[in-house]
Design a protein around this ligand. Sequence first.
Ligand code: IMP
Ligand code: MG
Length: 187
Amino acid sequence: MYPHHPMSRDLVEVLYDEEQISRRVRQLGDQISADYSGRNLVLIGIMRGALMFLADLSRCITIPHTMDFISASSYRGTTQSSGFVRIYRDVELDLSESHVIVVDDIYDSGRTLHTVVDLFRMRGARSVEVATFLYKEVADRAKEVHVEYPGFRIPNAFVVGYGLDYGELYRNLPVIGVLNPSVYAGK
Ligand code: IMP
Ligand code: MG
């Protein structure tokens, strides 16, 4: 399906290829560079899903900024959200003078983002906005969050690649694709 990457055999469809991804990330980088000019910007990636997006986005932002990471998840290795959010590793930077952009792989149920955005507001960040590589069209979302910088809108399907995993695998696929349900059927 994506010849030079054998793992792509487990996809039923490629939604966005490398070229489309890099073009979109560059647009977001330009937009953020303009919006945050002269401000103390920090990108905070939600690990591990945001890894690829954060690395690419940061390199497309042309103004000075810092970055940090938080590990938080409402998932436990399945394809369904578990309903609670756990923080495994916290940020190290002091955010009180900062304009924060929370960077995540996907806006799905909204639970993780909602929790993390609230946390950074409570800690006194000057502003908190959200950038997600994917914005899933979900009919009834558990928590609504405003995503100022959405990459691509996708239908409500389980996707992998570009940081998104199934059971911690597939993050290294350079494209975004819909995972063949036979991979997780019966699990
Ligand atoms: P939420 O808290 O339910 O919005 O879950 C957010 C996290 O769930 C994301 O950061 C992803 O790690 C994971 N997730 C949600 N949808 C998908 C998907 O389609 N594929 C892979 N991971 C997903
Ligand atoms: Mg994640």
